[in-house]
Design a protein around this ligand. Structure first.
Ligand SMILES: Cc1ncc(COP(=O)(O)O)c(C=O)c1O
Length: 436
């Protein structure tokens, strides 16, 4: 079926609300909806295209004209209505200096216990000023300038960026590509180790390749780090978004050794789409010596005081049944499946392959079959297709030939992105190609 008429048919069957002026030509999603996801409730509708102009969105600042913004890791959905209502109510009260109430610790501990089977003591927990700010504080607390910190590439680019800015040395231990999935390279760790290696930053689940690391891998990593006296700084910000039946294991819950060598940084930022609140983070540090040292550093820098919206949003997000979150995950699975199927069926995209994420809304696209240099690959997506993605090479060794595509948006946008990518690929061979 031709694209336009296909969209019209879908629109007649139940169109998404179109609010964004730049996307006024779009009418509805044509990928079948996952029946398990059920109808959108009156409280949330992930199909709705929300106009983010005027909200100072970093994502949309880079998407001029009618380009699709599918890069930085926030989603184009409003957060859970329960969280919005809690924030609204709190705004009507006095915004004075505020302490972190017991309810906050109970909410975080309760969430970890019920959602992830991880029982944490109240004193293991602290509020944090954002995951990256807090991880940076860990570099400052536990390492010295010139020390080496291991990152497992391709990985979230802010790890390397701040390790360097803080005068430490990032050492790459690239993940091993096994043809259809990645594994951690323990022999690589042995090869790179010397006495100046003081810490390793783990990304669990891993951004951008989407792995929820298996418990055995985490336990082996903990053993290796214990033997070499290396601290594990585990970024678990994507934890609540495990998909397709995969399970997330908190690093410090993987083994007793892991609890001793590790510290976890996480929060509802990604799962409840709260990045703009800046600071809905918390940490878990089971080891009393590391905890005392780290919390003293946070206090010294006055980084231990959470803002009211962060406290209110976190408590609200964690203390009710996660109906919205569960629906969100099904919707994300639908988006991923939709794009995977389209790519598989298209001769034009010539083997661009999605590495299926086990968690979160970031799709790692293997474009090596196109045979383009990285710069040309980026131009293909960002300029020719008008789909703004992240450059795979920015995530370090192993990222060349890949791009990262954010599918945390209405399905109609995912479909439109696919059509634009397909069209741009077709024009690589036939510059005048038109795909209907
Ligand atoms: C793995 C990972 N860690 C941390 C962050 C940012 O966290 P925060 O905004 O709390 O610093 C992101 C955002 O994309 C991320 O993907």
């Amino acid at each position: 079926m031709k694209r336009r008429s296909f969209l019209k048919t879908a629109a007649a069957a139940g169109a998404a609300t179109i609010l964004s002026p730049g996307l006024a030509g779009l009418t509805a999603s044509s990928c079948a909806k996952d029946p398990a996801a059920g109808p959108a409730t009156s409280d949330w509708n992930f199909d709705e295209v929300i106009d983010r102009s005027g909200t100072w969105s970093i994502k949309y600042r880079r998407a001029e004209g009618d380009k699709l913004a599918m890069w930085i890791a926030d989603m184009d959905f409003r957060t859970d209505p329960v969280v919005r209502e809690a924030l609204r109510q709190r705004l009507d009260t006095v915004m004075g200096y505020t302490f972190t109430p017991d309810e906050y610790y109970e909410a975080v501990a309760g969430w970890l216990r019920t959602q992830h089977g991880f029982a944490v003591e109240r004193e293991w927990l602290s509020t944090c000023p954002g995951v990256i700010t807090s991880i940076n504080q860990a570099y400052l607390t536990f390492t010295r300038p010139g020390d080496k910190i291991v990152i497992q590439t391709p990985v979230y680019d802010h790890f390397r960026m701040y390790i360097e800015r803080l005068g430490r040395i990032p050492v790459e231990n690239p993940l091993l590509w096994k043809g259809d999935h990645y594994e951690m390279d323990f022999e690589g760790l042995d090869r790179l180790y010397d006495r100046t290696v003081k810490a390793l930053v783990l990304c669990n689940p891993h951004n951008p390749v989407g792995i929820t690391w298996p418990r055995e891998t985490l336990a082996s990593l903990a053993d290796w780090c214990a033997q070499h006296d290396v601290l594990v700084i585990s970024d678990e910000i994507h934890a609540d978004l495990a998909l397709f039946g995969h399970e997330y294991t908190p690093f410090c819950h993987a083994s007793e050794t892991a609890a001793r060598v590790g510290m976890i940084f996480s929060g509802p930022t990604k799962s409840f789409n709260l990045a703009g609140l800046s600071g809905t983070a918390w940490c878990v540090i089971p080891d009393p010596v590391k905890r005392a040292q780290y919390l003293a550093a946070l206090h010294a820098a006055k980084l231990n005081e959470a803002a009211v919206p962060s406290l209110v949003a976190t408590i609200a997000a964690y203390t009710h049944e996660p109906l919205w979150l569960n629906d969100l995950k099904k919707y994300l699975e639908g988006n991923i499946t939709c794009l995977e199927e389209r790519l598989k069926a298209s001769p034009e995209t010539r083997g661009i392959r999605a590495v299926r994420p086990q968690a979160s809304f970031l799709l790692w696209l293997d474009c090596r079959a196109l045979g383009l240099p990285q710069e040309a690959l980026m131009a293909l997506f960002n300029e020719k297709a008008g789909v703004v993605v992240n450059n795979g090479a920015s995530y370090g060794m192993g990222g060349e030939g890949f791009v990262r595509l954010n599918i945390g948006c209405p399905r109609i946008i995912v479909e439109e992105a696919f059509h634009r990518i397909e069209h741009a690929c077709a024009r690589l061979i036939h510059p005048d190609a038109m795909i209907e």
